[in-house]
Design a protein around this ligand. Structure first.
Ligand SMILES: [Zn+2]
Length: 389
């Protein structure tokens, strides 16, 4: 398969591992799922990075609905002001959500713009809903959850529809589904998207955003390329959250003036953003840090903690995984930590030489001093093997 952006078929590649379970696959019993092979690939022509896999899932979202991730919300007022620019009669507008991740924004817009017709539906739901039940082209291009989403939009009795697709673009595994989503846009249909700001994440020299359920690391310039190929008008902005990952948000609507490809993009792009090389360096850092007699405790078992174990650490590393989330108690994680899966609170880390904190920075800032106060003397690191104190 060629590059999603330029169709070039030559990549720098590195295996993330074989037979990997989804990073959010915390299960009750030993898994029935067999796992899949994953490769991180960077296009040698345009630099777009993606994850290639034999997993047929069309939209890896999360494995179970008890898994929840935090996303920024502080930029909602800026989205609202772009929507105001569309100059619609908001009493004659309906809002449609693609996933539970859109609910908060939908409610915010409804309240700010006095929109009363709001359909809060989670069509994305869980990854298993997106595994094709047959392999006909018909099914692959019209998966049932997407059909239901489109049906909901088509049933609107209002003159205009605002459609929310938070985190769709970087998770979706097939270009034809991106195309179908963009085809929804019409003079009366307006789309709001939201995804990680990968340009900024590349610049921050972190790899903590890579995980096997996220398929495309779209830079702003790549997205703009896609929108322009489709003759779409759009407004994009990036927002750096203090709480969670930086986000790239935009509105696509024919009521916006045609955007020129932003000049700012090129200057902010990191020309050394070859993720394959970066992952090789990160593996080396951890390998040099952890010797034979070392023990590592990974605190935080969401996608970052699991990914660290799945495809960054060497196979022989003695590590345990830790999380205090109630929903994960008693579950079997998607990796098999040699030293087990435990809570954080009350756990005795005194025998551990290293601790990796893979939660958000805000939570890490609270955990670190607590560990020190309890007498912990080993190294405290983040996903990228950088010291946290
Ligand atoms: Zn390319």
């Amino acid at each position: 398969m060629g590059c999603l952006i330029c169709n070039y078929a030559d990549f720098d590649q590195i295996s993330l591992g074989s037979k990997l379970l989804d990073a959010s696959d915390f299960h009750d019993l030993n898994p029935l799922s067999r796992g899949f092979d994953y490769v991180l690939a960077t296009c040698k022509n345009c630099g777009h990075s993606a994850i290639q896999t034999d997993n047929p899932c069309l939209l890896p979202t999360r494995k179970h609905d008890f898994i929840k991730y935090g996303e920024p919300t502080e930029h909602y007022s800026k989205i609202t002001s772009i929507i105001r620019e569309l100059d619609l009669n908001f009493s004659d507008v309906s809002i449609h959500t693609f996933s539970y991740k859109d609910f908060q924004l939908a409610n915010f817009l409804a309240s700010e713009l006095k929109i009363s017709d709001v359909s809060l539906n989670d069509h994305a739901n869980c990854s298993d809903d997106w595994i094709p039940t047959d392999t006909s082209t018909e099914y692959l291009t019209n998966p049932l959850p997407l059909e239901k989403f489109f049906r909901n939009i088509n049933s609107s009795l209002k003159s205009h529809q605002i459609i929310l697709i938070t985190r769709f673009l970087d998770h979706v595994a097939s270009y034809s589904l991106i195309q179908k989503m963009l085809n929804l846009i019409s003079p009366t249909r307006h789309l709001i998207f939201d995804l990680n700001d990968y340009d900024r994440l590349f610049k921050n020299k972190t790899l903590e955003f890579i995980w096997n359920e996220r398929r495309n690391f779209f830079r702003r310039s790549a997205l703009e390329q896609i929108f322009q190929n489709n003759n779409l008008n759009y407004s994009i902005f990036s927002y750096e959250s203090l709480m969670v990952s930086p986000t790239l948000t935009g509105v696509i609507s024919s009521r916006l003036t045609r955007s020129k490809k932003s000049a700012e993009t090129d200057s902010t792009e990191d020309s050394t953003a070859n993720l394959v090389e970066k992952l090789i360096s990160l593996r080396k850092l951890w390998r040099n840090r952890l010797g034979e007699n070392h023990k590592l405790g990974i605190i935080g078992s969401s996608h970052k903690g699991v990914s660290l174990a799945q495809f960054v650490l060497d196979n022989h590393v003695a590590y345990s995984l830790h999380d205090d989330k109630e929903a994960l108690r008693g579950k079997i994680p998607p990796v098999a930590p040699p030293l087990g899966f435990h809570p954080v609170s009350g756990f005795d880390f005194s025998e551990y030489t290293h601790i990796a904190i893979t939660t958000t920075l805000v939570i890490a800032a609270k955990i670190s001093p607590k560990l020190r106060a309890s007498g912990y003397e080993g190294e405290i690191l983040d996903f990228d093997c950088r010291k946290l104190d």
